[in-house]
Design a protein around this ligand. Structure first.
Ligand code: ADP
Ligand code: MG
Length: 326
């Protein structure tokens, strides 16, 4: 559906997008995930024909976005980071304007306006001035405008930024629904968001694609080892002797030893973390040493995301982590 090849964008001598290549297949929901400044908006602006590239190709349904922009753009609906809403119009007037700009008219235009109003559930505000709408409704109008013209691909740049938790849930539900009939690409700097909505995740950092997979595969492939923290009623010497005889422990480190209690961090590459914790439990019991505490910390995608983006992040840019809502 969309092919991006060696896409590069320089602002002066700053490389915002660095040799990106990937393929978007029809009928899935994709997530562009990356910290602020990663190059998500730049990439989306190029893919939608709003910005030129320094190098590389983008093909939408076979049409080159630079060589046949009109044909390529017909296949995409775009909600930019700052949606170009006309505040003095009503949603209905605005959608009519956008539809006409996309070449629709007459009965077909009216039919499509009604259809996207229903799809985005803005029926009850369609006659109000856009400036008077809540941020959540404005965002719906922005999505409605992307849907006019019935494009196959919908590209949404940070569609939930600035919304309150309830609005976020509603917009996420709307995106999931759109995913049943469209190919959807959305960007976000919030991992849990792409994890819940998207079937495939592209992690972008410093303009580079550093991972592209299904969420569950990313977890499997990139996961940090599982960790088990135990506190045993034993000296660190005794604990270490016991641990030496337990299989599947890749490493351990004594964290503290006081008043006859020792706390140890244990790492295991075993997927079945409960198997390892069971073995710990029975081995300590056999040696007549009480396990006072045991905490399991399973690796998760949040850690992977932070690790990946931190690794490729240098000191000049910092991960702006906005408070995570919902
Ligand atoms: P994201 O959407 O992932 O937050 P952007 O694509 O907006 O990232 O920006 C990527 C990088 O390019 C950032 O470092 C940003 O400061 C820089 N950048 C974006 N637009 C411009 C511009 N018009 N001129 C110069 N630098 C820009
Ligand atoms: Mg952006």
């Amino acid at each position: 559906m969309i092919t991006v090849e060696h896409l590069t964008k320089c602002y002066g001598d700053f490389m915002a997008v660095d040799d990106l290549s990937f393929e978007i297949e029809e009928g899935h929901v994709y997530g562009f995930l990356g910290p602020n400044g990663a190059g998500k908006s730049t990439t989306m602006n190029i893919m939608t024909g709003c910005l030129s590239a320094t190098k590389g190709h983008v093909r939408i349904a076979g049409y080159d976005i630079f060589e046949e922009p009109d044909k390529a753009k017909k296949e995409i609906g775009y909600l930019p980071e700052q949606p170009p809403l006309y505040m003095n119009e009503t949603p209905e007037e605005y959608l009519r304007f956008v539809g006409e700009a996309k070449g629709l008219h007459g009965a077909e235009l009216e039919r499509q306006i009604q259809e996207v109003i229903e799809q985005t559930k803005i029926e009850n505000v369609k006659g109000r001035c856009i400036s008077a709408l809540s941020k959540g409704y404005k965002q719906r109008v922005g999505i409605a405008q992307a849907l006019i013209g019935n494009p196959k691909v919908i590209i949404l740049d940070e569609p939930t930024v600035g919304l309150d938790p309830l609005q976020i849930i509603e917009i996420r539900d709307l995106i999931k629904q759109l995913g049943q009939t469209h190919t959807v690409i959305l960007s976000s700097h919030i991992l849990s968001e792409v994890q819940t909505i998207c079937e495939k995740i592209l992690i972008i950092s410093k303009g580079k694609l550093i991972a592209f997979d299904r969420p569950e595969n990313l977890e499997k492939k990139l996961l940090t080892p599982n960790e088990i923290f135990i506190t045993a009623e034993a000296t660190s010497q005794e604990v270490q002797e016991i641990l030496e005889n337990i299989t599947h422990i890749s490493e351990y480190a004594v964290e503290s030893e006081e008043q006859g209690r020792t706390t140890v961090q244990i790492k295991t590459d075993q997927e079945d973390i409960y198997g390892v914790s069971r073995e710990l439990f029975f081995t300590f019991a056999e040696k007549n040493k009480a396990l006072l505490e045991m905490t399991l910390k399973k690796g998760n995608l949040e850690d992977v995301f932070i690790e990946l983006t931190e690794k490729s992040q240098t000191e000049e840019t910092s991960v702006e982590s906005e408070a995570e809502t919902a």
